[in-house]
Design a binder for this molecule. Structure first.
Ligand SMILES: [Zn+2]
Length: 321
């Protein structure tokens, strides 16, 4: 059997759903190995930035698994620190990709070649930073942003900021753990299920409330090393009674870039004919390299003219609405 390493999948790259019976708790667990190493293969990033990217990609899988949609979920961070832009994407069938831009004016890469602590996190994202969670549907009705939530990055970790996001958007108490190392990235999302009548504030069940608090404490004692190395059963056994754990079959997660010539052509059209023709005059051709996978797309003068020929405009090609 031939393994295609560019799109390969291993059992280690997996997301799994679980519930803890007799407790108002559900959750998702993810661990990435080959998908994580493949997606950052072309990116030279200092350690703390790399860890932030791995955490964001793990988070995108957890969010994609816990929200129902058909398309692509994007977690996009804009900041004024050393990481101006970070994008992590996951489709509903768990194809991931991600990219981070390190701004050297904020410090040398060596300054950030350190573990991702809360202090380093603040220096990476800066003071005026936010992230957007976008779900774009790709159903038969065509592409379109269906939902976007924007959250200020005020916490001391990405997990903390995401917990705030869930508290405001879904109104479900949520605990999130995210970790990324050199070889692997992993995450755990624990959510308190709505009770009968949809109440989650514990007013109609102090038992449910204390069960949720037990589960929260259980998540807090799990170490980063355990999350990276252990099976989901073992990870959860540190704080929960695994007799109550119901684990559902997993979904494979893989690295896959969705860039294609059509999307790049769309980018060039958006730049405008004048600007693109100027680039062709200066450089002989326009080359756009995909930031996620480094694949180059080259358009020579003739191809650029075809691109801006009104007969080839997208609105003239698709008349079946
Ligand atoms: Zn690509």
């Amino acid at each position: 059997m031939v393994t295609d390493m560019t799109q390969g999948t291993q059992a280690s790259d997996e997301v799994r759903r679980f519930i803890i019976e007799h407790h108002p708790v559900r959750g998702h667990w993810v661990r990435l190995e080959s998908a994580w190493t493949q997606l950052r293969a072309h990116q030279e990033l200092p350690r703390a930035v790399r860890e932030l990217l791995g955490q964001a990609v793990s988070a995108s899988v957890l969010l994609a698994a816990s929200l129902k949609f058909d398309g692509e979920l994007t977690l996009q961070l804009h900041g004024d620190g050393a990481v101006r832009l970070l994008v992590a994407q996951c489709t509903n069938d768990f194809r991931v990709r991600g990219v981070a831009r390190f701004d050297e004016s904020a410090g040398t890469p060596g300054d950030f070649d350190v573990p991702l602590t809360p202090g380093i996190f603040r220096r990476l994202v800066g003071n005026d930073s936010r992230f957007a969670v976008t779900v774009e549907s790709s159903g038969t009705t065509g592409r379109g942003a269906r939902y976007q939530g924007i959250v200020p990055l005020t916490g001391s970790s990405l997990a903390e900021c995401l917990e705030a996001y869930f508290a405001s958007s879904e109104q479900l108490p949520t605990r999130i753990r995210l970790v990324a190392g050199d070889e692997r990235a992993a995450g755990l999302l624990l959510q308190r299920m709505p009770e009968e009548g949809g109440r989650t504030d514990g007013t109609d069940g102090s038992h449910a409330q204390s069960a949720w608090e037990d589960a929260e404490r259980a998540v807090d004692v799990i170490t980063a090393e355990q999350l990276l190395a252990e099976s989901v059963e073992t990870v959860l056994s540190h704080g929960c009674d695994t007799r109550d754990l119901r684990l559902f079959s997993g979904d494979a997660v893989r690295f896959s870039c969705r860039c294609n010539e059509g999307r790049v052509a769309g980018l060039l059209r958006a730049l405008g004919a004048e600007e693109v023709r100027r680039l062709v005059r200066e450089q002989g051709a326009v080359t756009i390299t995909c930031e996620f996978c480094q694949r180059p797309y080259r358009f020579d003068a003739a191809e650029v003219e075809r691109l801006f020929d009104p007969a080839n405009a997208p609105e003239n090609r698709s008349t079946l609405h």
